[in-house]
Write a protein that binds this ligand. Structure first.
Ligand code: GLC
Ligand code: CA
Length: 559
C-alpha cells in the first residue's frame, strides 16, 4: 500500500506509562490508568499516542530492556487490556505507536538465556559473543569500546569464557542484527503488533543496529561511548531498515520514527529523505536539546539560546523540501524544559512561549506527558534517590572529578529522572496519580501545578497547548510553510517566519526576563489585529515594534 502523508499533519502524545496514571492502586502507572485518560488526551488535540516500552522487562532501564517482545508487562496489564486501550484510542481518532527496542534485549530474554548455554546453541549468534584478548598476560575484553550507561562495553561470562557486547547497561546485551535470524525475529515482532492493530513504531537507537566487521578498537579512547564510529550510522543499518520496510512495513499503512543520538541532519537524511531510499518517516534529533549542556545532559552549561536556534534552524533548513522533522522539547530522556530553557519563576509565560516556539515549526510535534501542564524538575536531596541506571552511571563518573555538592546539583539539573516523576493530575494526595504509594517521588509543586487546576482556567498552559494544536491544524501555513529565521545573532530572542501561499506567520519568542526592544523585520507591518497567539493580555505596538516582557511570545499572521 502506498504511504499517505497523514503523519505530517499529526501531533503525538508520548506516554511513559509507569508514571502516567495508576489505575489499580499499586503505585505504578498502568494501562487501566491510560484508559481513564483517553478523553483527556483526545481533548488535548493530538492525533496519536506513542507508548514508551510496555513489554515485560526486568526494568534495568525501565522497559528499554525487553524480556518478551510480544506481551505486556504484568505491572501495566495484559494483551487484552492493551487491545482495549488500542480500540479506545482508535474510537477517539488516536493512532497508537509502540516503542521498538531491538538494538538490544534484556539479558533475561529467553534468547539471551539460550545464547549463554553454549557456543553451539542456535541462539549463541543472536548476540555479540567474543573471546577475550590476552594483553601482557591478562585477560582483556575483545576491544576497547565503552558503553553509554555502565563502564566497559563487554561483560565476561565464566562458563562460556566469552564476553558479550552491551552498548548500554550490562543488562542490555546488543542483538546481532547481522544474523538473518535476528532480522527475521524483528520482522515477526513488527507483524505481531501491526496485525494487532497498532499504527507504527518509534525505533530506539536505530542508527546503532549495525556494527563494523571485526569490531575494531577505537582511538582516541574516551570513557563513555568509545567505539561509536564503528556502530553509528553504518551503511548496513540502512540496509536492515530497508529490509524491514520492504518485507513488512510497506504492507501496512503505518508510521515510523527513528531515534538517533548524535545525529546530524546530513546523516538523518540518509534514512528520511522522501523517495526510493527512504526507510523511516522521521528521525528524532538531539542537537537542539544540547543548548545547556555538552553532548550529554550530565555535563551542564549555561543555557545558550544561539546554540538552540542554530540547531533548530539547521534541521528546518536542511530537511525543507526533502524530509519531515520530528519536533520535540521534552521526552523521557531529558529534564523538564521549563526548568532548562524557560524559567520556573515565569512558569506559565515561559511554558507557553516554549510550546509555540517548537510547535509552530515545520514537522510533527511530540508532546511528552506532563509537558502540557508545565511540570518541572524534581530536586531530590541525595543522588541515591534517582533510580535511573544512566543517572547512577553519571554519579559514579562525576564523583571522581567533582565535589559531592556539585555532583548532586548536576544530577538535579541533568537527570532524566526529572521527566519521570508521576504526572500531576490534581491537588489531591499523590497528585491524584495513585491511591497507593507512588513508585517514585511526586514533585512537591503538584498542589500548584496540576491538570485539574488548569482544566478550570481558560488562561492555563494546558488550554494554551490545546489552542496551539488547533491553530496548527487550521492553518496550512503552520503545516506546510517554509521556514526563515530572523536575528540569528540575538542572544535573547528567537524570531522566525513561515510562508505559504501568500500567508506569513511571524513567531517572536523572548528567552529572557529582560526588557528588550524588538523591531519588526523589513516589509512586515505589526498590526494588533494580526496577533493570533501570545502570552500576555495586552499587546501594544509602538513604531512597528515593542518592548518585550519576560519570556514574551507573540505570533502574528499576515495575508
Ligand atoms: C534510547 C531511549 C532511552 C534508553 C536507550 C537505551 O535512547 O530513549 O530511554 O535508555 O535508548 O535503550
Ligand atoms: Ca498500577
Amino acid at each position: 500500500m502506498a504511504k499517505t502523508p497523514w503523519y505530517k499533519e499529526m501531533a503525538i502524545y508520548q506516554i511513559w506509562v509507569r508514571s502516567f496514571c495508576d489505575g489499580n492502586g499499586d503505585g505504578i502507572g498502568d494501562l487501566w490508568g491510560v484508559l481513564s485518560k483517553l478523553d483527556y488526551i483526545q481533548r488535548l488535540g493530538v492525533d496519536a499516542i506513542w507508548f514508551s516500552p510496555l513489554y515485560p522487562s526486568p526494568n534495568a532501564d525501565f522497559g528499554y530492556d525487553i524480556s518478551d517482545y510480544k506481551n505486556i508487562h504484568p505491572d501495566y496489564g495484559d494483551l487484552e487490556l492493551f487491545k482495549q486501550v488500542l480500540d479506545g484510542a482508535h474510537q477517539r481518532g488516536l493512532r497508537v505507536f509502540m516503542d521498538l527496542v531491538v538494538n538490544h534485549s534484556s539479558d533475561e530474554h529467553p534468547w539471551f538465556l539460550e545464547s549463554k548455554k553454549g557456543k553451539d546453541n542456535p541462539y549463541h549468534d543472536y548476540y555479540y559473543w567474543r573471546p577475550g584478548r590476552e594483553i601482557r598476560g591478562l585477560r582483556r575484553p575483545p576491544n576497547n569500546w565503552t558503553s553509554l550507561f555502565e563502564g566497559g562495553a563487554w561483560e565476561y561470562d565464566k562458563d562460556l569464557d566469552e564476553y558479550y557486547l552491551h552498548l548500554f547497561a550490562k543488562k542490555q546485551p546488543d542483538l546481532n542484527m547481522h544474523n538473518p535470524r535476528v532480522r527475521q525475529e524483528v520482522k515477526d515482532i513488527l507483524r505481531f503488533w501491526l496485525d494487532l492493530g497498532v499504527d507504527g513504531f518509534r525505533e530506539d537507537v536505530v542508527t546503532f543496529i549495525a556494527k563494523a566487521e571485526g569490531l575494531p578498537d577505537c582511538h582516541p579512547w574516551i570513557p563513555i561511548g568509545n567505539g561509536m564510529k564503528y556502530y553509528s550510522n553504518l551503511p548496513q543499518a540502512h540496509e536492515f531498515l530497508m529490509e524491514f520496510k520492504r518485507d513488512v512495513l510497506d504492507r501496512y499503512d503505518c508510521f515510523t520514527v527513528g531515534e538517533s543520538p548524535m545525529t546530524t541532519p546530513e546523516t538523518a537524511l540518509r534514512y528520511v529523505t522522501e523517495g526510493e531510499e527512504q526507510v523511516l518517516d522521521e528521525m528524532i534529533a538531539f542537537s537542539h536539546m544540547e543548548a545547556d549542556c555538552l553532548a550529554t545532559d550530565m555535563i551542564r552549561r549555561p543555557f545558550n539560546l544561539r546554540k538552540m536556534k542554530k540547531a533548530f534552524t539547521d534541521w528546518q533548513m536542511k530537511l525543507q523540501g526533502k524530509a519531515w522533522n520530528a519536533l520535540y522539547i521534552e521526552n523521557h530522556d531529558h529534564p523538564r524544559i521549563i526548568s532548562r530553557y524557560g524559567s520556573e519563576r515565569y512558569h506559565d509565560e515561559s511554558g507557553k512561549m516554549l510550546a509555540a516556539m517548537y510547535i509552530l515549526q515545520r514537522g510533527t510535534p511530540f508532546i511528552y506527558q506532563g509537558q502540557e501542564i508545565g511540570m518541572t524538575n524534581l530536586r531530590l536531596r541525595s543522588t541515591e534517590q534517582y533510580p535511573d541506571v544512566m543517572t547512577q552511571n553519571a554519579v559514579r563518573l562525576l564523583s571522581k572529578i567533582l565535589p559531592k555538592k556539585q555532583v548532586l546539583k548536576t544530577i538535579q539539573e541533568g537527570a532524566r529522572d526529572n521527566a519521570r516523576s508521576p504526572v500531576q493530575w490534581s491537588a489531591e494526595k499523590n497528585a491524584g496519580f495513585t491511591t497507593g504509594e507512588p513508585w517514585f517521588t511526586v514533585n512537591d509543586n503538584y498542589t500548584v501545578i496540576n491538570a485539574a487546576a488548569q482544566e478550570e482556567d481558560p488562561d492555563s498552559l494546558l488550554d494554551f497547548y490545546r489552542r496551539l494544536l488547533r491553530f496548527r491544524k487550521e492553518h496550512p501555513v503552520v503545516l506546510w510553510g517554509d521556514y526563515v529565521e530572523h536575528m540569528p545573532e540575538s542572544k535573547d530572542l528567537y524570531v522566525y517566519e513561515r510562508n505559504y501561499e501568500g500567508k506569513k506567520l511571524l513567531v517572536i519568542c523572548s528567552f529572557t526576563d529582560k526588557q528588550l526592544r524588538f523591531e519588526a523585520p523589513g516589509g512586515v507591518e505589526l498590526e494588533e489585529k494580526a496577533l493570533v497567539l501570545g502570552n500576555y493580555e495586552t499587546n501594544f505596538v509602538i513604531a512597528n515594534g515593542f518592548t518585550t516582557r519576560p519570556y514574551e511570545l507573540r505570533v502574528y499572521l499576515f495575508g
